[in-house]
Design a protein around this ligand. Structure first.
Ligand code: NI
Length: 257
């Protein structure tokens, strides 16, 4: 069975056929997904979507590219959503993104730390987004004793060494379509280096579809291609990848079945 730990099914890319697509999941072996609400508008659309799909879970948090006008009142709103929905399982996605010209770095750090505090308060794990900000992200998580909070580094894009540091911190590493790309040397090395016990599957749907669908709209059904690639890299069966990553996802989000 497949557990997609990171998706955005409230995205407009699914407006035309959302219901039809999600109704195919069960037959395709996709049991659960976590929908990530990562800006103020998608907090509401995520909640709406998750209420409709009993096999889904929700995460609420503000993405680093979206924090420019964030206020403490917004944080209170996120908190209330997390407290009042019984399938809210994480704070995220939160973190740092220095890739594109976005909000001021210091401001990103401020709201990253604030949302880590929120996770600690609510005893929830975090979903971390980090792009071109390897050292700052790691340093903040270390300073904030994130090993006591726990979570996942989503769409992991750094070195195998950095992956090992996060594994030591008790974090999971999110592996998705990128590992199937032709020039995905680094992602392949990461999968080789870290134990299967620390890997979770994710799509980031509608983004990052695996080969041969690269550039097209992604969905959790495509995770079979990611699992097969992980199996090939590790010299194990795809079944082992499905079973272990499924249990890892339950453990990451502290879900009891
Ligand atoms: Ni995402």
């Amino acid at each position: 069975m497949i557990f997609d730990t990171h998706a955005h099914y409230d995205d407009a890319a699914f407006d035309d056929d959302r219901e039809e697509l999600l109704s195919q999941f069960k037959a395709a072996g996709v049991r659960h997904f976590v929908n990530i609400g990562n800006d103020l508008a998608s907090l509401d659309t995520t909640l709406e979507l998750c209420k409709k799909y009993p096999e889904s879970f929700a995460a609420f948090g503000i993405h680093p590219a979206e924090i420019a006008e964030l206020t403490e009142k917004d944080i209170e709103g996120i908190k209330s959503k997390l407290e009042n929905f019984d399938r809210a399982v994480a704070v995220g996605e939160i973190g740092l993104d220095y890739w594109e010209e976005g909000p001021d770095k210091e401001l990103q750090k401020k709201w990253f730390i604030r949302q880590l505090e929120l996770a600690r308060e609510l005893k929830l794990p975090v979903v971390i987004h980090s792009r071109d900000a390897a050292e700052d992200t790691y340093n903040i998580l270390e300073e904030q004793h994130a090993e006591e909070i726990g979570g996942v580094i989503h769409c992991f894009s750094y070195s195998p060494e950095m992956a090992q540091r996060y594994v030591k911190m008790g974090f999971y590493i999110g592996i998705g379509g990128v590992v199937t790309f032709k020039n995905a040397k680094k992602a392949v090395e990461v999968v080789k280096t870290i134990p299967l016990e620390r890997i979770v599957l994710e799509t980031d749907s509608p983004y990052l579809a695996p080969t041969p669908y690269r550039g097209k709209r992604n969905s959790s059904i495509n995770l079979t291609l990611v699992a097969e690639k992980i199996a090939e890299i590790k010299g194990i069966t795809a079944e082992e990848v499905y079973d272990r990553t499924y249990r890892n996802a339950l453990d990451l989000y502290r879900i009891k079945e």
